[in-house]
Design a protein around this ligand. Sequence first.
Ligand SMILES: NC(=O)c1ccc[n+]([C@@H]2O[C@H](COP(=O)([O-])OP(=O)(O)OC[C@H]3O[C@@H](n4cnc5c(N)ncnc54)[C@H](O)[C@@H]3O)[C@@H](O)[C@H]2O)c1
Length: 275
Amino acid sequence: MSSLVDRTVLITGAARGIGRACAVACAAEGADVALMDIGGDCEAVPYQLGSISQLHATADQCRSFGASALVLTGDVRSSRDCCATVQRTLERYGKCDALINSAGIAAPSGSAVHEMTESQWSLMLDVNLSGAWRMIHEVAPAMIHARHGSVVNVASTAGLVAYRNFAAYVAAKHGLVGLSKAAALDLAPFRIRVNALCPGSVRDTEATEGRMLREIAKSLGLGGEDHEAAFIQSQPMNSLIEPQDVADAAVWLVSDGSTQMTGTALPVDGGFSAK
Ligand SMILES: NC(=O)c1ccc[n+]([C@@H]2O[C@H](COP(=O)([O-])OP(=O)(O)OC[C@H]3O[C@@H](n4cnc5c(N)ncnc54)[C@H](O)[C@@H]3O)[C@@H](O)[C@H]2O)c1
């Protein structure tokens, strides 16, 4: 029997990349999914974000497994949007068993800590750290009422170690690991688990239309056609991580197969952080 039958999972950043892979993997395991994404560009982010048509494409893929998929546009920088996202999920499904926070940005980055602007710093923290907190803040009351829930925050190896010229991203992802641990302690009495996933370098695939790795490469000065090779060099398993690898771990953390897992920061990094 599939592991997420009768579960409702809310996923942010679901238009593409890791968020899409998580959504489709949850649907394949029997869950109904609520899919949230900004569905359009953000002025200060120097690359295209997920589009509404990509978000609908994720929903179609989920429905191909027989899942119900609710499409919601919203910006995790907005408390009102996060509140509306959770409310509409609860109206439609009557519950929210799990939240996967995958919405995130990689840029503006590429400047040393003393060279970035305050607005660049604030934007990164607002999306990659405060966005996850807003979603947890909104969903927690319903999970507390149900005495049941699992939250998965998609952090990064940048939540475990630092990278040059990436201070705001590194700080946000370290913060997200800390938030996951703190929320795990606060919510444990209500049988709600909170964990962080720390992916290494994840391949941008046509299937998920992700483009984060290209943006990270640009910021680290690893641009060009062979940026994947540059990342592979640092991976003990000699390959990039696939979005599906991260999704498999997320499904496990959402499922009853991991009932004693909480407050962890689980690397999905081919051994990168073991070095
Ligand atoms: N790709 C990697 O190598 C990698 C590695 C480690 C961690 N991560 C993390 O995984 C998560 C997903 O990354 P990805 O590779 O799928 O990237 P991606 O850019 O392909 O997808 C991110 C999604 O988040 C959405 N988003 C961005 N800002 C938003 C906002 N303010 N509100 C709502 N949605 C917003 C985008 O529209 C996009 O659809 C991110 O948090 C990222 O930091 C990625």
